[in-house]
Structure formats: C-alpha cells, structure tokens
Design a protein around this ligand. Structure first.
Ligand code: NDP
Length: 307
C-alpha cells in the first residue's frame, strides 16, 4: 500500500505544453532555412466529434507556427475523389504532413486511403511501410498516441530498459505500436487482449502498465503490482450521478493505493496525442530533406520517441 502523497500524478497537459514548445523552436529553426512545415488535414463529412478534433489540430498547428491546410469534403465524396486529393497533397512540396481524420464514411475503404499517403508524409504513422519500419526499429513516423505515452514514461520513470511492461489492447493505432516502442526501449513486453487468460495475474507482473482497451475502469488496484507506473490511454464517456463524465480504463481512485505514478483521464495521454501530431509534422519535414537529418539540433529535438 502506498502513501498517497508519494504517488506522482503524471501531468499530460504540462508535458504536452513542453513538447509544443520544443516543436515551436524547431519550426523556427526550419524557417531560418526557408522551410515552414505544412500540415494538411482532410475531413470527409460532418461528424461533430471529428470536427472538434480537426479544429483542435488546426489550432495547435497555428500555435506552433506550422501552416495548416484544411480540406473539408462533403460526406458523399467518392473514394476516387479522395484518392485524387491525396495524390495532389503527396506531390505538393508545401505539404509535409497529411492527416486523414478517421473514421471515414462507410463507402470509402479506409485502408486503401491510408496506404495512398506518401509514407514520408504519413504523420499518423499508419502506413504499412511505417508500421513495418517501427517493428524493425527504424527511424520512421510513429503513431502519435503511443509516441506521447513513451514521452510520459521517459519523463516520469527515467530508465525503461529491463522493466516489464504489459500493454492491454492490440489495436493498430495504440496497442501494437506501443508494444513496439516499449520493446525498442528495451522493456520486456507482454501484450494482452480480450482473449487472454489470466489477464489480472499478467497485469500484476507489470512494472509499467499501459491500458488501451476502451472499457471504463476495467483495471483496479487488484490488477496492479505495488509501485507500478500506469499509463491510461482509455477515454470512456459514462453517466454517473446524473452527470456525463470522461473516465479511463483504470479506476484511478482505486489504483492510487498501489501505483508510484499514473496518468489521469482527462489530462493525461489525451493532450500528448495532438502534441505528437505536431512533432511528427516537423519530423516529416526533416525526413523529406535528408540534408537536415545530420543537423544535430533537429535530430535531437525531432524524434524523442526514437531511441
Ligand atoms: P480498439 O477497440 O481498437 O482496441 C481495444 C483493444 O482492447 C483490443 O485489442 C481488444 O482486444 C482489447 N480488449 C477489449 N476488451 C478487453 C478486455 N475486457 N480485456 C482485455 N482486452 C480487451 O481501441 P483503441 O486501441 O483504438 O483505443 C483504446 C482506448 O483508447 C479507447 O478508449 C480509445 O478511446 C482510447 N484512445 C485514446 C487516445 C488518446 O489520445 N488518449 C487515442 C486513441 C485511442 P481484441 O483485439 O481481442 O478485440
């Protein structure tokens, strides 16, 4: 049992503000050599949540000096027209990053669209070439949420090598790339999912537990090793006491008795995702101009998630 005062609540908002400051500095450096990083954000349809996400991305881009280019397409846009736009963005030297807001309307094949993005402009890190590169440990554009989680871990636990990390969830967006990044950081990694047996016992062995499930408060103190560091990726909206609220996959209040550090929801992983989208945009600008790769300032600041 912990003394609650010794538990570190990992402040994702403050960490994201630090990442955005670093991005801003890097944008200024790039601008001195005549490059203003550009991010194209493509939204098909008018899903209200997607509109909010896109607005936030555009705002963060402007704050960091990244030029944002919004493409809002009607919900009945055909796949061919979307692929044509992506081809144009691939060929446009002013566009360094391309983000297609998901989900896409059902008549569009999401996989085909994501694979059409130039891997060097794939700031979501979802292209098969980047997914493969990450699993080979190469320097590639990495999905933003796991990259943000790694930064939180590096900032709050220091050395990760040799730690046992358990990731709950095996999605392409969070679970799998998270496991690949932890492996790259020399952790011993276990991935568990809905078909795993002894889930709780496996989680109890974790020095680092990353929960990316989408089940409100699935993990409580009985799942945690004393002193564990917990990164809660889950975002779940629930109704409680007549109010609508956001909670994670971890029962935060219960977990406090066991953990040494934990991310809250909201205010933990969420803000880091968007910060790493900006980081990936400047990294993409650098990767597209290999001459800049050797510049030590860029190399240090651009890829904190890549060891
Ligand atoms: P997915 O639904 O794609 O994946 C969920 C994973 O959890 C699957 O691998 C699934 O297993 C596993 N799972 C489901 N139920 C259980 C269970 N009872 N026990 C163990 N494993 C289980 O979700 P995402 O990865 O996209 O997202 C996960 C959560 O993270 C969501 O709450 C989402 O909102 C949030 N999220 C937050 C972000 C942020 O910025 N903070 C960004 C992205 C996501 P199986 O593969 O067997 O089905």
């Amino acid at each position: 049992m912990n003394s609650l005062s010794s538990v570190k609540i990992i402040d994702g908002k403050a960490a994201a503000a630090r990442v955005l400051r670093e991005v801003r500095i890097e944008v200024e450096q790039l601008m001195r050599v005549g490059i203003q990083p550009g991010l194209a954000v493509v939204l098909v349809g008018c899903d209200p949540a997607s509109q909010v996400y896109v607005r936030n991305k555009v705002l963060r881009a402007e704050e960091t000096g990244i030029r944002s280019i919004e493409h809002k397409l009607p919900a009945d846009t055909g796949e061919a027209a979307l692929l044509e736009l992506i081809e144009r963005l691939n060929a446009d030297p002013a566009v360094n990053g391309i983000l297609v807001q998901l989900p896409l309307p059902r008549h569009i094949d999401e996989h085909r669209v994501l694979q059409a993005i130039d891997p060097l402009k794939d700031v979501d890190g979802f292209h098969a070439e980047n997914v493969g590169g990450l699993s080979q440990g190469r320097e590639v554009l990495t999905p933003c949420t796991p990259a943000g989680c790694m930064r939180l871990l590096q900032d709050s636990c220091g050395e990760l090598a040799g730690k046992h990390a358990v990731v709950i969830g095996r999605s392409n967006i969070v679970g799998k790339p998270m496991a690949a990044l932890l492996l790259k950081a020399h952790c011993t990694v276990t991935v568990v999912h809905s078909r795993s047996s002894n889930l709780r016992e496996l989680c109890r062995q974790a020095d680092i537990l990353v929960a990316a499930v989408g089940k409100p408060r699935l993990v409580d103190a009985s799942w945690l090793k004393p002193g564990a560091v917990v990164i809660d990726v889950g975002i779940n909206r629930i109704e409680e006491d007549g109010k609508s609220r956001l909670v994670g996959d971890v029962d935060f209040d219960s977990a406090l008795s066991q953990v040494s550090a934990i991310t809250p929801v909201p205010g933990g992983v969420g803000p880091m995702t968007i910060a790493y989208l900006m980081q990936n945009t400047v990294t993409a600008a650098r990767l597209q101009r290999p001459a800049l790769l050797s510049h030590s300032t860029f190399a240090e600041a651009s890829c904190p998630s890549i060891s």
